[in-house]
Design a binder for this molecule. Structure first.
Ligand code: C2E
Ligand code: MG
Ligand code: MG
Ligand code: MG
Length: 281
């Protein structure tokens, strides 16, 4: 049958299938055009110190400023970009932009930290370590103030290789964070094998804190962080009661809509200016 369906032999024409393939081709062409036309933009979300609720750093989050569809979040294009193999290119650009910008903020706010996300394809890119070294040099960013975030599923795909690459990155002086912490790991012993400094407590645990059972899960995740001597940052904090609870649990840093949403660089600059003038977020 495979032969009967071979090239040139009429397979029954499926308009839905055809339309889907056509759409996919158009989407891919659009992503390539967007890269060439600089339609991607880096947004920044404050990471705050839960004690004083002042901004200690930011997470860089990529957006696509689409000419017709407006500002699109990564969920709308990252999988497609990944399947096209362009994420290392896009991610390299994000890293460059974010480091240049953060170097400027570091002159305003000493010790200001920058977090940048890395996908599996970026971690697997043999040029990654050189890229990070070069961008640190060009931007003049203090290496220890750059935090590279990766999810457990990325880090644990090939533990030995990940440990090697992360070790090389750590030799540059940068720090490593495990993103969406608690949602993916298969074995705690893997954690010990990776040179990780920070864990980002997944939003699902923060959101579940209001329930009795959920509260103990968040507590347990924070306890694991402490045991492995990892600095915890809570993600997705959306209200004051969550922030209060996290303070009680001695989580030092957090990020979420309760403090600020991701925003363009210019808005972030204005926020930092208000903050250094002694005003709150
Ligand atoms: P992530 O690294 O876990 O980033 C946190 C996500 O949570 C962001 O979504 C952020 O906008 C969202 N968020 C922050 N605070 C809250 C809150 O209080 N409530 C809720 N519901 N959400 C909140 P975003 O920007 O859509 O990014 C989604 C994911 O895309 C990121 O998850 C990260 O895995 C990936 N990503 C983003 N930018 C990049 C990038 O430059 N490179 C790579 N490789 N991946 C990226
Ligand atoms: Mg992240
Ligand atoms: Mg996360
Ligand atoms: Mg996530």
């Amino acid at each position: 049958q495979a032969k009967a369906e071979g090239r040139g032999v009429a397979r029954r024409f499926d308009p839905a299938q055809f339309a889907k393939a056509e759409q996919r081709r158009r989407d891919e062409a659009e992503v390539l055009r967007a890269l060439d036309n600089h339609e991607f933009e880096v947004y920044y979300q404050p990471i705050v110190d839960l004690d004083g609720e002042h901004t200690v750093g930011v997470e860089a989050l990529v957006r696509w400023r689409h000419p017709e569809r407006g500002v699109l979040p990564p969920g709308a294009f990252l999988d497609l970009a990944e399947s096209m193999g362009v994420v290392p290119r896009l991610g390299g650009w994000v890293l460059e932009q974010a480091c240049m910008q953060a170097a400027e903020w570091q002159r305003q706010v000493p010790g200001f930290e920058l977090n940048v996300n890395l996908s599996a394809s970026q971690l697997g890119n043999p040029d990654l370590v050189d890229e990070v070294r070069n961008v640190l040099e060009r931007s003049g960013l203090t290496p220890s103030l750059l935090v590279l975030e990766l999810t457990e599923s990325v880090a644990l795909t090939d533990l030995v290789e990940s440990a090697r690459v992360l070790g090389a990155l750590k030799n540059l002086g940068v720090r490593i964070a495990l993103d969406d912490f608690g949602t993916g790991f298969s074995s705690l012993s893997h954690l010990a094998a990776l040179p990780v400094d920070v864990v980002k407590i997944d939003r699902s645990f923060v959101q579940a804190m209001a329930e009795t059972a959920g509260a103990s899960v968040a507590e347990a995740v924070l306890q694991i962080a402490r045991t492995f001597d990892l600095a915890p940052v809570a993600e997705g904090v959306e209200d004051a009661s969550q922030a209060d609870r996290l303070r009680e649990l001695e989580c030092a840093q957090a990020q979420g809509y309760h403090f600020a949403k991701p925003m363009p660089a210019q808005e972030m600059t204005a926020l930092l200016q208000r903050q250094s003038a002694g005003l709150s977020l």
